[in-house]
Design a protein around this ligand. Sequence first.
Ligand code: ZN
Ligand code: ZN
Length: 267
Amino acid sequence: MNSCPTTFTKFTPFATVIIHAVRQQILSTATRTISCSRSISSSIVGPSGAIVVDTGFDEAMGKKRQREMIKPVRDGLEALGIAADSIKTVIISHMHYDHCGNYELFPQARYHLQDREMAYATGRCMCHQALRAPFEVEDVVAMVRKVFSGRASFHDGTSEITPGVTVHHIGGHSKGLQCVRVKTRRGYVVLAADATHLYAHIDGGRVFPITYNVEEVVEGYETLKRLATSPRHVVPGHDPLVLQRYPAAKAGLEGWVARLDAEPNYN
Ligand SMILES: [Zn+2]
Ligand SMILES: [Zn+2]
């Protein structure tokens, strides 16, 4: 059983948290169709500074993977008045190429990831093409360099990053996948990352094909629901509906940067 409270009772020092989803649209240039749509990076803005959850990928990687970059993560952060080079804390949900690139943008940041993800990305499973396909060796090497330069923090299961922000191991899609739970003005919001790519995955009990362990995927859906104040507090990692359901962070950012501590509109 998880002992975390699932209802929002009173404000904590992190009550002013603002969560934004920064769109990084993935457009397959091969088919000119939007596939798996948008990859969501989030910034959590609170009294102890901004935290970036997942760093997306850059234009060069997009080209290599036949993805056209529409809105880079850096631009999204700039639109919010956040300088990437001032970021002190980055949380990496897992090390697939679309979640841990752009590492040169955050020279001051300490990176938080699960023990199991680093072991998975550097161990025997990477001998198999089927398992290593979503990883990029340069991303993994960059993380190893952060370990050696003292800029990585490892977590095993559940950890608090700062008051009001916790990480939780999920696994399933990637062995060390973690979600991020944030206390906001509307309750506990859970940034699921690829623990549920789309709303349809968690709502229908469906499993995304890139999967290390199916049992952990479906159990992960239960964990996400338990951690979030309600199902409406779970934010999938790649669903374009996120940017329709949540209001823009400010005027002019519609369909690009959303505010996740606001009530979603499911109509
Ligand atoms: Zn992934
Ligand atoms: Zn992904």
